[in-house]
Design a protein around this ligand. Sequence first.
Ligand code: NAD
Length: 414
Amino acid sequence: MRFSEPKSRFPMRISKSTNSPLKLRLALVLIFLGLLSVLGVRAISSNSISSSKWLKLGSEKVSILVTGGAGFIGSHTCLELLVRGFDVLVIDSLINSNEESLRRVRRLAAGECGKTCGTLAFVKLDLLDAERLDSTLQSYGPFRSVIHFAALKSVGESVSRPLDYYANNLQALTNVLRACTKHKIENIVFSSSATVYGAVAKSPMREMATPVGQNILNPYGQTKFMAEVILKDFAQANPKARIACLRYFNPVGAHASGEIGEDPLGIPTNLVPYIARVASGRLPSLTIYGNDYEGSEDGTARRDYIHVVDLALGHIAALKWLDSIPEDTGAFEAVNIGTGNAISVLEMVRAYEKASGKEIKFEVGPRRVGDAGAVWADATKAKTLFSWEATHTLDDMAADSWRWVSKNPSGYPK
Ligand SMILES: NC(=O)c1ccc[n+]([C@@H]2O[C@H](COP(=O)([O-])OP(=O)(O)OC[C@H]3O[C@@H](n4cnc5c(N)ncnc54)[C@H](O)[C@@H]3O)[C@@H](O)[C@H]2O)c1
């Protein structure tokens, strides 16, 4: 394996030259840890791969291209890359994001790793502009890997503006793949989605066993399915390409600092940002669609919510796996990135009430057409292939989301 093994970022050293008795020092450490847990502080990234600097190939520094890196998931992933010492180039048109997220990512990284952090460069660029994409990669390369987050992602908007979604999400992907070929970027991580499983698939969703591409109810979901088809064909035609399609379930939460998080434009369509606005008084109440779903203790629909930092770490794990594949060997794998647990709408409401200390007003409406009662991942493939699994709890998701929202009630400064 070309990567050195992870070292702890917070090594505990007990010096023999000290006069303090060992027991007293251990007791002090335990008191300190206890205080941290009482204060609700936890390590910013908790995962076996979180504290590594496994990026260096010999003395060469590794650069990663991150498209859509200014967005919600991209910004959290950039931070995790920087603290591991990767140099990152973000390309983003800012069509659904704000450069402030990247300023904060730089600041958070500097606070964590100072001079050992990677560097973060940003180029504002629409990926539909293939010529500028090419010249940008020429100037900033070479790159070891690309993580391709950039896409339009609003399900509702995709129904009213399907051509914009097909053009943006698929043309951007093909432009990125052409650029990968030209600039010899062989490791590709793609942001896919559980929507590729379609509306009637039975949970838990399994990468090999659950059919994909059937009963996808909106153009957004279709673009993710079509993108996977394009990537598979690309892998076949390019035997050195190593590709991981990560099928995210429902990303929520925010970085534990509350400095970066999800900043949706307009009225949120996802549950947690909506609940957050009710908690902060910006929306009057939540409508829960249906409370008579079988298999749910409280009757409300259940989804596999995953903390965005776990998701970001899933990308680091995927990159590490891609890099462990021998040179000249191609790969294509679709991998679920979920927790494997289903949380109900009402459970999320209660967790948010606990985190925020606010009452979340809600009313119950009829079920929505096409909504499944429960959707969750079989998360074993990610564990086997990437040695990755989610570690954040429901309480972490609610507490971190609330910290972000209460520190930034209007999102990033516009
Ligand atoms: N958030 C979710 O619930 C979720 C679930 C499953 C999959 N995904 C996928 O994960 C990826 C990231 O999602 P997110 O929640 O961070 O979304 P986001 O909108 O916050 O981030 C996407 C970024 O891509 C940029 N972008 C879009 N089109 C572009 C283009 N043509 N050129 C350059 N930049 C462009 C946007 O400005 C934005 O910064 C997306 O591909 C999304 O479809 C998200």
